[in-house]
Every structure is written in structure tokens, then in C-alpha cells.
Design a protein around this ligand. Structure first.
Ligand code: FE2
Length: 140
């Protein structure tokens, strides 16, 4: 059984974070797996500051993957039976998540940058909460 067979059967083989982000929609779960991998890479350099080249580069990749994820989900929502209010709530949270990552990038230029560990915990918590609160609706 391949990795993506496992994903489509709701049985991902990746990390706990990746498993927690699996909603049972293959195109979303592929991007969630990529996103989980990037978030976990932040925790591989816990003491690195957001001003460092490695963290700045990860933040840039996170923005690209989040944008792709949101585009995919929003396309799915528009072709679903979700109400406009549900779609608006979900899209609003996407914008907030993207702002969180952009703010971290901007914050990296300040005199008080975060550590990669702090950033990892913050992004991980926000993304998990979002997955449970909103993305899980896409898998129903
Ligand atoms: Fe979402």
C-alpha cells in the first residue's frame, strides 16, 4: 500500500501532527502532509531565531503551502453545499492564519524575534485548531 493509498483510506503513515491533520479528502490531505512536515522542521532548529536564514526560508515555504492549501479548500467549499456564512467563517480563518505567518516573517526583522520553538508551538496549535474547527467539515 502506498503512502497516498494510506491517506485516501484515512490511515496516514506520517507523524502525529500529520495524522491529526488528515480529514479524508485526498487533495487536502496531500497539502496538509506537506504543511505538517514544514511545521515540524521548525522544531528541528528550536533555538534558531526567526531572523535566521533557515527559519526565514521555512516561513517563506509555509506561506506558499498555506496559500495552495487555502486555494484548494476554498475551491472545494464553493462546489459544496456549505452556506455562504460557513464559507465566510472558514475563509476568514484562512486569512488570519496567513497573517500569523506573515507577521512572524515581519517580526523576524524586529529587535525581538521569536525562536523557532515558539513559532512551531504557535503555528502548530493554530493549524490544529483550524483543522478541527473548519477543515474537518470538508471531509463530511
Ligand atoms: Fe481551512
Amino acid at each position: 500500500m502506498t503512502y497516498f493509498d494510506n491517506l485516501s483510506s484515512g490511515n496516514p503513515t506520517g507523524s502525529d501532527l500529520e495524522k491529526s491533520m488528515c480529514i479524508g479528502v485526498v487533495e487536502v490531505d496531500r497539502i496538509h502532509a506537506e504543511l505538517a512536515g514544514l511545521i515540524e522542521r521548525l522544531d528541528e532548529v528550536p533555538q534558531a531565531l526567526t531572523s535566521s536564514e533557515s527559519v526565514a526560508s521555512l516561513l517563506w515555504e509555509l506561506r506558499q503551502v498555506l496559500t495552495a492549501e487555502f486555494d484548494t479548500e476554498e475551491q472545494l467549499m464553493r462546489s459544496s453545499e456549505m452556506t455562504l456564512e460557513q464559507i465566510d467563517d472558514h475563509v476568514l480563518e484562512h486569512n488570519m492564519l496567513l497573517t500569523l505567518v506573515i507577521d512572524a516573517s515581519i517580526g523576524s526583522l524586529s529587535h525581538d524575534p521569536m525562536t523557532a520553538r515558539q513559532l512551531y508551538q504557535s503555528i502548530r496549535n493554530h493549524v490544529l485548531e483550524h483543522t478541527m474547527k473548519h477543515d474537518s467539515d470538508l471531509g463530511q
